[in-house]
Design a protein around this ligand. Structure first.
Ligand code: SF4
Length: 250
C-alpha cells in the first residue's frame, strides 16, 4: 500500500484490509491507548454511553462516520484503557444508563486497548455493545474466545456484502476477503459470545441476487437468529463518500 487510503474515488485500487488494519493501528493505537474523537450518551439501544473511536480497516462508500475514518492523523486524542473506561462509566451513571458502547469506527482494532476497557467495566452491571465489521474477528480466530471471557458483552456484526465483487465495489477491500465477516459469525458461535448479525442490504446498493447470496452464506454458518437489515441514510459524510466513489442513490 503506497499511501494511506482515504475515501474511495472512481477507479480506486483495491487494498488488503488486513494490511490497512495494521497501518491504521500504527496511527490510532499506542500501547493500551486508542484515539477517540468524543464520549457522550445517545438514544439508540434505549440510551447508551458511547465512546467514538478513530480508525477502520474498511472504506465503505455508505459509511456515516466522520472524516476521522479517512484522515486518522488529523482527528482525535489518545485515551488509555483506564481513562476510556472511566469516561464511559461516568457518562452512563450521570444519565442512569446501563449500556456502554464503543462505536464510530472499528472497535476491534487495538485489542490491548479493548480488552483493557472490558477488564475495567466488567462486573459493574453494564451491558457492553461492540459494533464491528467482522474483519478482525474473522481473521483472528482466537479473538472471539478472548471476548467470551466477559459476561455482559454483546456484539453486532455488520456484514457489508454477499459476494466478492460487491464487497470490493462497496468497501474498496480486495474481494477475496469478503468471507471474513462470515468467519467472524462462525468464530463467535463457537466461542459462545452473545451477538447478532446486521447486513447492509439496502436495495439501492445491493442487487437482489447478492442479498440472496448473503443470506445463503449466512445460513451455511449455522446462524439462524434475526438479521438486522440496514439502509443507507443521507448523512453528510455518506453523501460525500458515495459521490466520490461514483454512486448516485439519493
Ligand atoms: S461503515 Fe463501519 S466498517 Fe464500513 S468504513 Fe464505516 S466504520 Fe468502517
Amino acid at each position: 500500500m503506497q499511501e494511506y487510503p482515504a475515501y474511495l474515488t472512481k477507479g480506486f485500487t483495491p487494498y488488503d484490509p488486513i494490511e490497512l488494519w495494521q497501518l491504521t493501528e500504527e496511527k490510532v493505537c499506542r500501547g493500551d491507548a486508542r484515539k477517540y474523537t468524543d464520549f457522550y450518551c445517545v438514544g439508540v439501544y434505549g440510551g447508551i454511553s458511547t465512546g467514538y473511536t478513530v480508525g477502520c480497516c474498511l472504506r465503505c462508500v455508505f459509511c456515516w462516520v466522520d472524516f476521522s475514518r479517512d484522515f486518522p492523523d488529523r482527528y482525535g486524542d489518545f485515551y488509555s484503557a483506564a481513562e476510556a473506561a472511566r469516561r464511559l462509566v461516568e457518562n452512563a451513571r450521570k444519565k442512569r444508563l446501563t449500556r456502554l458502547r464503543i462505536s464510530g469506527a472499528e472497535p476491534m482494532l487495538g485489542k490491548e486497548h479493548l480488552l483493557g476497557v472490558l477488564d475495567r467495566v466488567t462486573g459493574q452491571g453494564f451491558t457492553f455493545i461492540l459494533e464491528t465489521n467482522g474483519i478482525p474477528l474473522g481473521y483472528d480466530a482466537g479473538y472471539a474466545a478472548e471476548l467470551a471471557r466477559y459476561p455482559g458483552i454483546h456484539i453486532r456484526v455488520s456484514i457489508k456484502a454477499g459476494s466478492a465483487r460487491g464487497f470490493e465495489e462497496r468497501t474498496g477491500a480486495r474481494g477475496e476477503s469478503w468471507e471474513l465477516p462470515f468467519r467472524a459469525v462462525e468464530n463467535l458461535m463457537e466461542a459462545g459470545v452473545s451477538f447478532h448479525v446486521a447486513a447492509m442490504t439496502d436495495p439501492r446498493l445491493m442487487p437482489r441476487d447478492e442479498r440472496r447470496s448473503l443470506l445463503r452464506r449466512l445460513r451455511e454458518t449455522g446462524y439462524t437468529d434475526w438479521v438486522e437489515e440496514e439502509v443507507c441514510d443521507p448523512y453528510r459524510t455518506s453523501l460525500v463518500r458515495l459521490k466520490e466513489a461514483g454512486f448516485d442513490i439519493f
